[in-house]
Design a protein around this ligand. Structure first.
Ligand code: AKB
Length: 311
């Protein structure tokens, strides 16, 4: 098998995906890359390289020298950070994807690119949001993710590149922290619960969003790339969800384990507006049908596991 290269390996998803890929395919088969030096296990358990994913020449050299056949392109600016500097978000998200796709086209690699529930916006049905529906994102992050889905479809149709991807909901994990997302509250709440017994949430108590526990997100990224090509109709933008959470629901679940835990609300209008523009619950039937997607974790099992790790 050809080797696998991961961009943004030190991020929230990459830091869980790389160890799993190394377990499955071997330490030396998985080349972890990031724009910054990592001092985590990822840098020590296999090959690690500094790589700016917006630099097509550097990506090309890394792919060629390591005989890479599959790129997991995870490097991206998330929704809340993207609103602070939208031009930067556009530049990083689009130029890195373009660089990776061009390299894949010339060197015959498959590409996994995570999209997001951030592609939805005003006019999208909020409950059981269909796979194919109105898409008018209001954030720069959502715009880049939607443009990315279309660009990946284009590279597949026009140049035959094997591009695939999923629309992730908010990801909950106890590894590397998320960096500047709107769904970060669902990670922060656990750390604050364990450290301080209290959390000040930046979204309102009833704000409902799709979420997923990291082990399911990692399995999905691997499963969609291993799926039979011929069975895939949607390729680059599979809706995926595992649970729908509000801050009130998750704090009640945490209180079952930590009865003294309290929550207050200190709403950030920017992130609240982003959350309000996203669906309450997306329909992931296409992923279930086309490549057998099925999450293992729900709110109860995820909360127990998270607290077990953090405590
Ligand atoms: C974010 O909040 O920006 C991300 C996402 C849902 O894509 N976690």
């Amino acid at each position: 098998m050809n080797n696998i290269l991961v961009t943004g390996a030190g991020g929230q998803l990459g830091s869980s995906l790389v160890p799993k890929l190394r377990d499955l395919y071997g330490n030396s088969q998985v080349i972890a890359t990031d724009i910054r030096q990592l001092d985590s296990e990822i840098a020590e358990s296999g090959c690690f390289e500094l790589l700016d994913a917006t630099d097509a020449e550097a990506v090309g050299e890394a792919v060629e020298s390591h005989q890479v056949g599959l790129i997991y392109h995870l490097a991206a600016i998330l929704s809340a950070t993207g609103e602070r500097d939208p031009r930067h978000a556009w530049r990083i998200n689009m130029s890195s994807l373009e660089a990776v796709l061009e390299v894949a086209r010339h060197q015959g690699c498959a590409v996994f690119t995570p999209s997001s529930i951030g592609v939805f916006g005003s006019g999208t049905p909020k409950d059981l949001t269909p796979q194919d529906t109105v898409m008018q994102p209001t954030t720069m992050y959502g715009i880049t993710k939607l443009a990315g889905e279309l660009l990946c479809n284009y590279y597949h149709r026009k140049f035959g590149v094997d591009t695939r991807g999923v629309r992730y909901p908010g990801l909950i994990s106890h590894g590397a922290p998320p960096g500047g997302g709107t769904t970060d509250w669902a990670v922060d709440i656990f750390y604050s619960a364990v450290e301080d017994g209290h959390y000040d949430c930046f979204l309102g108590p009833d704000t409902k969003l799709d979420m997923m526990y990291m082990p399911d997100a990692v399995s999905a990224a691997i499963a969609v790339m291993e799926a039979d090509q011929d069975a895939l109709e949607h390729r680059n933008a599979f809706n995926l969800t595992a649970m729908q959470l509000t801050p009130e629901m998750l704090s009640a679940e945490i209180q079952k384990h930590l009865p003294g835990f309290t929550i207050d609300y200190d709403i950030d209008p920017v992130r609240q507006a982003i959350a309000d523009s996203w669906p309450d619950r997306i329909d992931d039937e296409a992923a279930r049908k086309e490549w057998g997607w099925e999450p293992l974790f729900d709110i109860e099992s995820m909360t127990k596991d998270m607290l077990g790790h953090l405590k």
